[in-house]
Design a binder for this molecule. Structure first.
Ligand code: 3HC
Length: 314
């Protein structure tokens, strides 16, 4: 490494220790920049792919009130995608590059969105569990070292809180409803519990990126720490709903004061993140149709902008 870079890196690390935010024009190690581009763009892709499983239920929401809330939630996810793509662009990548990587299957998005939404209860579970897991992950990362990501997460988390409450309300209504409604909620919970635990990523010992991300204060807590926090909160909430956790090995550990669980099916996890989950092909297909089928909208918008700028310049 050139001597100048060693000095700059020392200065950079000092700033991290002092909990200063790193801003786009500041010097940063190339690996820090690349890790951020990878992580923020994956997060952005998760937001926009995440619109698809819920979007399926907008036309089938059981009442006007539910439809309005779901529409607003799905629109929020699009907004989150936009903040995040903008945050990633401050690091020197472009929207086109990020979309190309998603469409070519080179960039990942959250495993959770490769599962189908089969019943209305799934919409409740996504709000309660999936948004609940995202909040736990993202409220800690909102304190991360990169300014634009940290600021976008602050705003995203405020909206995710509303999403979680709307999901919990749906689950609460079903769980205090008829026998059929309670069964529908339990059946849905059984399908979403394990995939939600997978959202936090592999165990720390199998997480190749965690070392660097923790060192650079991009991640503030490890995958396992966040997963455990989610489990401890959610087991108690499930009890209130009267739902049974689909894990025969779930056990309250008196020594640690935490809930121990059985092992996650890691084969399923790696299958899903490598493109072979239940809905990977459907999700990517829908995403590409939306992007390429509606390219005329982008063309119209950029032509209008270019014309306006040319007129200003003339
Ligand atoms: N889904 C898909 N891929 C995953 C994954 C998951 N649940 N968990 C891990 N992976 C991938 C990683 O991306 C990495 O692949 P890569 O090196 O090819 O990019 C590989 O598995 C190894 O995992 P690591 O633990 O080393 O990866 P990270 O250190 O990056 O940790 C993470 C993974 C915890 C997901 C982290 O990237 C993270 O916290 N990201 C920011 C938050 C985010 O992306 N959330 C998406 C949730 S959904 C959402 O927010 C939408 C909302 O509306 C609910």
């Amino acid at each position: 490494m050139p001597e100048n870079n060693i000095v700059l890196e020392k200065e950079f690390e000092k700033r991290l220790i002092q909990q200063e935010k790193i801003e786009p024009r500041d010097w940063m190690p190339e690996k820090y920049r690349n890790q951020l581009i990878r992580l923020i763009s994956q997060h952005a892709h998760s937001e926009i792919i995440g619109m698809l499983p819920e979007g399926n239920w907008i036309t089938r929401a059981p009442s006007l009130r539910r439809k309005i809330a779901l529409l607003a939630k799905v629109q929020d996810e699009a907004g989150h995608g936009l903040y995040l793509y903008c945050a990633a662009e401050t690091l020197g990548t472009t929207r086109e590059e990020m979309f190309d990587q998603l469409h070519e299957g080179k960039a990942k998005y959250s495993s959770i969105f490769n599962y189908p939404t089969l019943t209305w209860a799934d919409i409740g579970m996504i709000g309660w569990l999936v948004d609940g897991a995202a909040i736990i992950n993202q409220t800690t990362m909102a304190r991360c070292s990169y300014g634009p990501y940290s600021r976008s997460l602050l705003r995203i988390c405020k909206e995710e809180n509303f999403h979680k409450i709307q999901g919990m309300e749906i689950v609460g209504v079903l769980c205090s409803g008829t026998k059929e409604q309670r069964e529908m909620a339990q059946e849905s919970f059984n399908r979403w519990w394990w995939p939600t635990l997978m959202m936090f990523g592999p165990h720390d010992s199998n997480s190749p990126n965690s070392g660097e991300l923790l060192k650079w204060k991009i991640k503030m807590k490890s995958n396992d720490e966040l997963r455990q926090r989610f489990i401890d909160i959610t087991v108690e909430q499930a009890k209130v709903f009267g739902l049974e956790i689909p894990d025969p090995n779930l056990n309250y550990n008196q020594k640690t004061g935490k809930w121990d669980t059985g092992e996650i099916n890691w084969e399923e996890f790696y299958n899903v993140i490598n493109g072979n989950g239940l809905c990977n092909k459907e999700r990517l297909g829908a995403r590409k149709n939306a992007h390429f089928g509606n390219s005329w909208v982008r063309d119209a918008a950029t032509t209008y902008e270019n014309k306006k700028n040319n007129l200003k310049a003339a």
